[in-house]
Write a protein that binds this ligand. Structure first.
Ligand code: ADP
Ligand code: MG
Length: 548
């Protein structure tokens, strides 16, 4: 049986508490977001258990969150009907820092010597953030398991916390905050309502305030509402509540599809590929709901791996609720959903590029490497990505051209797409390989990304045109009369030519296999070409990259 016991916080928890208690952080209202999100997590886990188990405490009770402010006592209670905690779970969960955001915060304070008050808001510090506004916290909880008894956790946020038996007959957790003198605002209904609206609007359970029978939050799943009724700022605020990203997303796609499968999806492209310490979503994958029930926090089977930077929510009526277990039906449906989501997202990106080219280029510059990777590695969807590519070219080195644009401006006699691999646009433009293309008035794509050679091994054709490496392609000079004449009057006699070649060979020695004359160059004295039978330049680059 449970004894009353006093335990000591772990060292890093103490550090965190010390910072939080003395915090002068002005947006300390985020503590409420953290406590509400914990309550919502506990409710989601309960909802999942209830799918298969009825032998629980209070099987019929409404899944909800209730806030009860008591201004005269300066107390705020946050009550949920979630999964609850046993005494052991309280010791485990509320005695250590499990939360990665909290750990990252401490790390950042140590390493950057930043003022904690300046950076606290960038980290979800979890449960302990309540010590910014409260000098004592009590948690009374009753687990859903019928034979577990209720327990009480109490701390003043210093060295220790206490755990002891408690009286609580109904299921769930009650967090009681004894607010600091200067935190009275958090007992004011108007203020609480405003905070809930701002940070917790889309929590999928009703949040009640005091005796009010009307939930404060909208809670309805945004993705299930008709797109016409949703304002751009609703999409943005949903994204921010989902990810805790403080930058708005670059792009979103809202899908409502009835056939061949029924699915709602809300997909976002974040502003930056770095998920960062700050994100509420620490892993890749989409949130998967089946009939409004959250069944997977991070599902990676719904989009190909090159789209792993995409965040969002997918909800299907057709999925069985046991999707997380092995099931043939679920696997087949997931594959079908993946095909639909992927092709629709690629289509949407293409349209976006047409409608908002400048925004699309921002996307390309930040996420282009994932698209290149997709072409290089994805058997199923890689080919669909080709229209999304953008490159600088010989004639437009400071712009981003699509392959379609390139083809549109090709001279009629040109019948291939040419590219040149190089380390930078600057060095590409100086390349002797390009001389002959200038003479032909053929444009050349300039490929400078380390991923490009790898990609080009898989990209051989587009719109029925061969895609060819400008450095290795055999291209004769254009057949204009003046040029034909020029090549006739050879600058050197055959004898001199032979002497020049043997001179160059003797200087370069083993470093070259052969030295030959060419008609192809006009201004540059020489160019380097591979030996016949050498691996293609793309592969050589790749080897170099892998050995670097
Ligand atoms: P995180 O939510 O990221 O895990 P927190 O510091 O917010 O980190 O919470 C720590 C842990 O305490 C949670 O993981 C959970 O196990 C437990 N917990 C907190 N609040 C509740 C609650 N209302 N009901 C059940 N468990 C809770
Ligand atoms: Mg939390």
């Amino acid at each position: 049986n449970l004894q009353s016991q006093t335990l000591t916080f772990k060292a890093e928890t103490k550090q965190l508490l010390d910072i939080l208690i003395h915090s002068l952080y002005t947006e300390r209202e985020v503590f409420l977001r953290e406590l509400i999100s914990n309550a919502a997590d506990a409710l989601t886990r309960m909802q999942f258990i209830l799918l298969t188990e009825r032998e629980v405490v209070d099987p019929e009770v409404e899944l909800k969150i209730t806030l009860i402010p008591e201004p005269e006592k300066r107390i705020l209670r946050i009550i949920d009907t979630g999964i609850g905690m046993t005494a052991e779970e309280m010791i485990e969960n509320l005695g250590t820092i499990a939360h990665s955001g909290a750990r990252a915060f401490i790390q950042a304070v140590k390493e950057t010597q930043a003022n904690p008050n300046d950076i606290i808001g960038q980290f979800g510090v979890g449960f302990y953030s309540a010590f910014m506004v409260a000098d004592q916290i009590e948690v009374i909880s009753r687990s859903y398991q019928p034979n577990a008894s209720a327990a009480r956790w109490y701390s003043r946020g210093q060295e220790t916390f206490q755990v002891e038996p408690a009286e609580k007959t109904n299921r769930g957790t009650e967090v009681i905050l004894y607010l600091k003198e200067d935190a009275n605002e958090f007992t004011q209904s108007v203020r609480l309502r405003e905070i809930i609206k701002k940070h917790s609007e889309y929590i999928p359970y009703p949040i009640y305030l005091g005796d009010d029978q009307q939930p404060v939050n909208r809670q309805s799943a945004l993705w299930r509402q008709p797109a016409k009724e949703i304002k751009p700022e609703d999409y943005e605020s949903f994204y921010k509540q989902l990810t805790l990203d403080f930058q708005p997303p670059l792009f979103h796609l809202h899908l409502v599809i009835d056939a061949p499968v029924q699915v709602y999806a809300l997909l976002y492209i974040p502003a930056s590929p770095e998920r960062g310490l700050l994100s509420a979503r620490q892993e890749e994958g989409l949130k998967l709901y089946a009939r409004k029930v959250l069944i997977q926090e991070y599902n990676r089977d719904l989009l190909p791996s090159f789209f792993r930077f995409v965040d969002g929510v997918v909800d299907s009526e057709d999925l069985p609720l046991n999707v997380s277990r092995e099931s043939v039906q679920a696997t087949r449906l997931l594959a079908q959903l993946k095909r639909i989501l992927t092709t629709r997202l690629i289509e949407a990106l293409k349209n976006w590029a047409k409608e908002k080219p400048a925004d699309y280029i921002t996307f390309w510059q930040r996420f282009g490497r994932y698209i290149r990777e997709g072409i290089a590695t994805d058997e199923e969807f890689g080919e669909l990505l080709t229209p999304l590519l953008r490159f600088p070219t010989l004639y437009k080195p400071d712009q981003w051209l699509s392959l379609d644009d390139y083809i549109l401006t090709m001279p009629a006699r040109q019948n291939k797409i040419y590219y040149l691999i190089s380390d930078s646009v600057g060095s590409a433009l100086n390349s002797p390989h390009l001389e002959i293309y200038r003479r032909h008035h053929y444009d050349v794509l300039l490929l400078t990304d380390p991923m490009d050679p790898f990609m080009m091994l898989h990209l051989k054709k587009y719109q029925n045109l061969e895609i060819a490496n400008a450095a290795t392609e055999e291209l004769s000079p254009p057949d204009t009369t003046s040029e034909a004449q020029e090549t006739e009057k050879k600058p050197l006699s055959t004898e001199d030519e032979a002497r020049l070649i043997s001179r160059i060979k003797s200087i370069l020695g083993d470093r070259v296999a052969d030295v030959r004359t060419t008609q192809r160059l006009d201004e540059s004295p020489a160019r380097l070409v591979g030996r016949q039978g050498d691996p293609p330049q793309e592969l050589q680059r790749l080897y170099r990259l892998l050995n670097a």
